[in-house]
Each structure stands twice: as C-alpha cells, then as structure tokens.
Design a protein around this ligand. Sequence first.
Ligand code: AMP
Length: 285
Amino acid sequence: MPNFVTPITLKIFSTKNEITDYFNRKPVKVIGFVPTMGALHKGHLGLIELAKQQSTQVVCSIFVNPTQFNDPKDLEKYPRPITDDIRRLEEVNCDILFNPQVTEMYADNEKWHFDMGDLEYLLEGKFRPGHYQGVTQVVNKLFNIVKPDIAFFGQKDYQQFMVINKMVEVLKMPVKLVMCPIEREPDGLAMSSRNIHLTPYDREHSLILSKALNWVKENFDINKIDTLQQQAGQMISNEPGVELEYFEIADGKTLHHATPASETIVALVAARVGKTRLIDNVLIS
Ligand code: AMP
C-alpha cells in the first residue's frame, strides 16, 4: 500500500472567540504555538516544523504588533505578504493560523505594561525603548488566547526569549518555552523578515555581523572578554555602510557583561546596515 500522508487544511482564525470555540469543541493534548509577525522565512518554518514534532496541533500567529515598534516608519514598512505566508504555512502542514486585526488585540488607547526589570532595559531595550514592554504585552495576550502548552521562539531574538521566560516565571504561566537555533543563509547572514530591505551593497557588507560573532567564538579561549568585545566592535565599525549600535559579550542569563564566572555566555550584536537594522548573536558556551 502506498504511504499517503493526508494533507492538513490550514484553519484561519482572526478573532479570539473563533480560536477559543475551536479548542472548546475539539480539545487537543498538546497545543504548540509559534508567534510571528509574518513575512515567513525558513527561520519561522523551522520553528513550526519543530513545533509539529512536539505538539498535537500547531498554531502560528501572524500579527505585526504596533506596541513593540518605537519607530512609526519601521512599523509602516514592515512587510506583510499574507498570501505567501498562508501558502508557506500550508506547505509545512501548520494546523491553525491566528491572524487578528489590531482592534481585535487592543482596546482604544490601551496603555499598560509589565516591568521585567533590567532585562528589558539592556541592549535592545536601550536602543529600542519600550520594545520589550510591547513584546510582553502582546505575547501575554496571545498566550491567554491560544493557551499553548509549548511555545517556540528563535534564538535569533535571544533577549526576547529571556524577557518572555521571565514573564512566564513571574506570572507562573502554564507554558513551556523552547528556544530554536538560528537559521542562516548559506553565507552566514541570519534570516530575517527585514533582509528584503537590504540593497545588494548592504547585503554584501551585512556579513560582517556573523563574521565578527564567529571570530569571537573561535578566539574565545585565548583572549580576554573585554579585548574580544572591543576588537569585534571595531571590526564591524570599520565595515563600509555599517553603523554599529552594540556588540556585547554577555552573561547568558542576566545579559549583563560576561565575566569568567558566567555559566553561559552569548555574544550579541545590533547594527544598521544601510537603512536596515539587523541583530544577530552566537552562543559561546
Ligand atoms: P518575528 O516574525 O521576527 O517576530 O519572529 C518570530 C519568531 O521567529 C521569533 O521567535 C524569532 O526569534 C524567530 N526567528 C526569526 N528569525 C529567525 C531565524 N533566522 N532563525 C530562527 N528563528 C528565527
């Protein structure tokens, strides 16, 4: 007998009630959840594939969350290719897409936030004030709507993972978080929805980010942390068309500057390449 795999029909919901009714009518053992802002690429699809392996049903959300953008122009030009996204979700057999409008997620003039302490003010938090307040706000809402057993996030947004992990701990939310490795282009550039904004010139010079991170990883055992951080930063600053925001070798838990006593160490970078802001990181130990 040929081994037919029955294709799954992607269910598309745009309201909280639809998703709640669906799971009330059809309880499932393990709900896996992959929150995204769309413009899906292999990094997102890798999260969905991992979620498929660990869950009974997988929900992917696509919601460009306005409260996490501190730059209105960045929000406006964020790519929204929903038809392509739906096709990609179908190709990886995702079960459910949650694709709400802003009015479904926020009341008029809704203003509140969690305070997650230091973690949300360092690094990305310093360069994008209020960003993590928007992230925790929307992820909290999404968790309350989807009620996932496991939620999958990318290491690409390492600090975001740490902030959400803290929120889950503080609020004792009943969800397990899984961090998935960074998906890269063959030449090392971390995949990102923003990469489409890179000109061919930017694209060529963007490689300095992953090169500097790898250089730090390769030379970690033979150099002082401060020297490595300074030299990697310099390498990036010397690259034409690239404006460094930060290069930090940090403690993997606190995200404060790493010390030789840090159990896990991560090097993180943010830079503007042409007009596009990129982030990347590498786990060192
Ligand atoms: P975004 O749509 O940018 O909000 O990303 C949605 C999720 O995909 C987040 O958990 C990201 O960390 C993850 N993600 C984005 N890019 C990558 C990548 N290149 N590799 C792995 N995960 C990624």
